[in-house]
Design a protein around this ligand. Structure first.
Ligand code: ATP
Ligand code: MG
Length: 428
C-alpha cells in the first residue's frame, strides 16, 4: 500500500524547513521588539467557541471547519484561526487581571476545509498577534506596523497596506440598510454567493471578487461613521503617518470575520495567482465579552506563512543560508576509527556542528560528502597525526590545510571560524 499526504497539506522538507525557521525567528524577534509575548493554545477547541468567536455567517464557520465528535460525545473543531483560542485563554486564565494590557503572539498550524490551490491549503500556518485591554487607536497602528515590519524584515517587496474602518455594530446596522438599498436593484445580476450574502451578511458582498466592478458606485461605510468612529480612524492614520508606514484607504475592505470593529486592515501582494491577500487583521471590541469574558477591547492580526514563503520564493528574496556543518570528521585507519566517536562527541559538546561517515566510504568519497553538505572544514585523522596527537584541518573553501593539536581542537576550529580567516599558512 502507498500512502500520500492528505489533500491541502504539505511536507516541509529539509532545505525549506530552514526558510521556515528564518521566517519564524524573524516573527519572534519582531515580537521581542514590540514586546508581544508568546502564547500557545490547543490545536482544537469546543466547536461553539468558533461559532461564537468567528461568527455563524462567515465562510469559516459555514463551510470550512474540521469538526468532529470526540469519544466523549463533545463537538470539537480543529482551530481555523488563532484569535478565538487566544481570547478564550485570555478569559479563562484571567489575563485581564494584570495591571498591563495583554500583548500576545502565536505561530502555528490552522485548519480549514477549502479547495486546495497554490496559497490555499487545508493545513496552513499563521503568525498572529493579539493586544487586548486597550481601545487606544495608537495600538491599532502598532499592530499594523508590526505586520508591515514583518514583511520587510523577511525581505518581501511590494507589500501594500490597506486600511478601513468598519465602525461599531450600530454604525454597521445603519450602513447595512443603505447598502441593501444600493444592492437590491442589481440583486438578480449578482453571483450566487453575493445573493446569499445579501441576506445574511451584506457587508461581505463588497468583498466579492466576481462582482467587484458592479460596486463602483456603492455607498462607502466611511460616510456612515459616527463622530467617535471617525476620530478613532483619523488617529490611526495619524499614527501610521508618524511611523512612516505607507497605506491606502479601501472603503470596501470588510474582512471575512464577523467580530471586527473600527479598524480593519489587510496586507496585499501580487504573485500567487488570483490570491492577493497575505495577511490582515483588525480591532475586535466586542469579542472578549461575546465569548463570556469581561468587556475588553482588542486588536490583532494574522499573517499567512505559506503565502509569505511562496512570495519570497517568487521574488527570489529571502536569506542566504550559510553552511550548516562546521566540521566533517574523516578517520583514516582502524586506530583513528576507534578514536572518532570520542572526538566527534567532544566537538559537538563544545557547540560545533559535526558530521562524519557511517557508510564505510573511502576517504575520497568522504571528502566528496563533506563538499556536498557544504562543511566548512574537514578534520582528517590518520596514524601519523595520532602519533603526534594532532589532526589535519583542511579549509574546504580555500583548500588550505595544516595540523593542529588534538587537545583544544574545538577552540582552534572556533577561532578559525570567528576570525573568518580560514587557515592562513605560515608561508602565505
Ligand atoms: P482569503 O480571502 O484568502 O480566503 P481569509 O480572509 O480567509 O483569506 P484570514 O482568515 O483573514 O484569511 O487569515 C489571515 C491570513 O491567513 C490570510 O491573509 C492568508 O495569508 C492566510 N490564510 C487564510 N486561509 C488560508 C489557507 N486556506 N491557506 C493558506 N493561507 C491561508
Ligand atoms: Mg478564506
Amino acid at each position: 500500500m502507498k500512502f500520500q499526504k492528505p489533500p491541502g497539506t504539505q511536507d516541509v522538507l529539509p532545505g525549506s524547513a530552514e526558510l521556515w525557521q528564518f521566517v519564524e525567528q524573524t516573527a519572534r524577534e519582531l515580537c521581542r521588539r514590540y514586546h508581544y509575548r508568546e502564547i500557545r493554545t490547543p490545536m482544537f477547541e469546543a466547536t461553539e467557541l468558533f461559532q461564537r468567536g468567528v461568527g455563524e455567517t462567515t465562510d469559516i464557520v459555514e463551510k470550512e471547519m474540521y469538526t468532529f465528535e470526540d469519544r466523549g460525545g463533545r463537538s470539537m473543531t480543529l482551530r481555523p484561526e488563532g484569535t478565538a483560542g487566544v481570547v478564550r485563554a485570555y478569559v479563562e486564565n484571567k489575563l485581564y487581571g494584570e495591571p498591563d494590557i495583554a500583548k500576545l503572539y502565536y505561530i502555528g498550524p490552522m485548519f480549514r476545509y477549502e479547495r486546495a490551490q497554490a496559497g490555499r491549503y487545508r493545513q496552513f500556518h499563521q503568525f498572529g498577534v493579539e493586544a487586548i485591554g486597550s481601545a487606544d487607536p495608537a495600538l491599532d497602528a502598532e499592530v499594523i506596523a508590526l505586520g508591515y515590519s514583518f514583511y520587510k524584515a523577511v525581505g518581501l517587496k511590494d507589500v501594500a497596506v490597506e486600511i478601513n474602518s468598519v465602525g461599531t455594530p450600530q454604525v454597521r446596522a445603519a450602513f447595512r440598510e443603505k447598502l441593501l438599498g444600493f444592492l437590491a436593484p442589481m440583486k438578480e445580476s449578482l453571483c450566487k454567493d453575493c445573493q446569499s450574502r445579501m441576506e445574511r451578511n451584506p457587508l461581505r458582498v463588497l468583498d466579492c471578487k466576481v462582482d467587484q466592478a458592479k460596486f463602483e458606485g456603492a455607498p462607502s461605510i466611511l460616510d456612515s461613521l459616527d463622530e467617535e468612529c471617525s476620530a478613532h480612524f483619523a488617529r490611526v492614520r495619524e499614527c501610521l503617518d508618524a511611523m512612516k508606514i505607507p497605506y491606502s484607504i479601501n472603503p470596501r475592505l470588510v474582512r471575512g470575520l464577523d467580530y471586527y470593529t473600527h479598524t480593519a486592515f489587510e496586507y496585499k501582494a501580487q504573485g500567487i495567482g488570483s490570491i492577493d491577500t497575505v495577511g490582515g487583521g483588525g480591532r475586535y471590541n466586542g469579542l472578549v465579552a461575546d465569548i463570556g469574558g469581561e468587556d475588553r477591547p482588542g486588536v490583532g492580526l494574522g499573517i499567512g506563512l505559506e503565502r509569505t514563503l511562496l512570495l519570497l520564493e517568487k521574488q527570489g528574496a529571502g536569506p542566504a543560508l550559510g553552511s550548516a556543518v562546521d566540521v566533517y570528521f574523516i578517520a583514516m585507519g582502524e586506530r583513528a576509527e576507534r578514536e572518532a566517536p570520542g572526538i566527534v562527541q567532544r566537538l559537538r559538546e563544545a557547540g560545533l556542528a559535526v558530521e562524519r561517515d557511517y557508510q564505510g566510504r573511502k576517504t575520497k568519497a568522504q571528502f566528496k560528502a563533506a563538499d556536498r553538505i557544504g562543511a566548512r572544514f574537514a578534520a582528517i585523522l590518520g596514524d601519523e597525526e595520532l602519533d603526534k596527537r594532532e589532526i589535519a584541518l583542511k579549509d574546504l573553501a580555500s583548500q588550505e590545510q595544516r595540523n593542529v593539536p588534538l587537545a583544544g581542537l574545538a577552540d582552534s576550529i572556533r577561532n578559525l571560524i570567528t576570525t573568518e580567516k580560514g587557515i592562513v599558512t605560515n608561508d602565505a
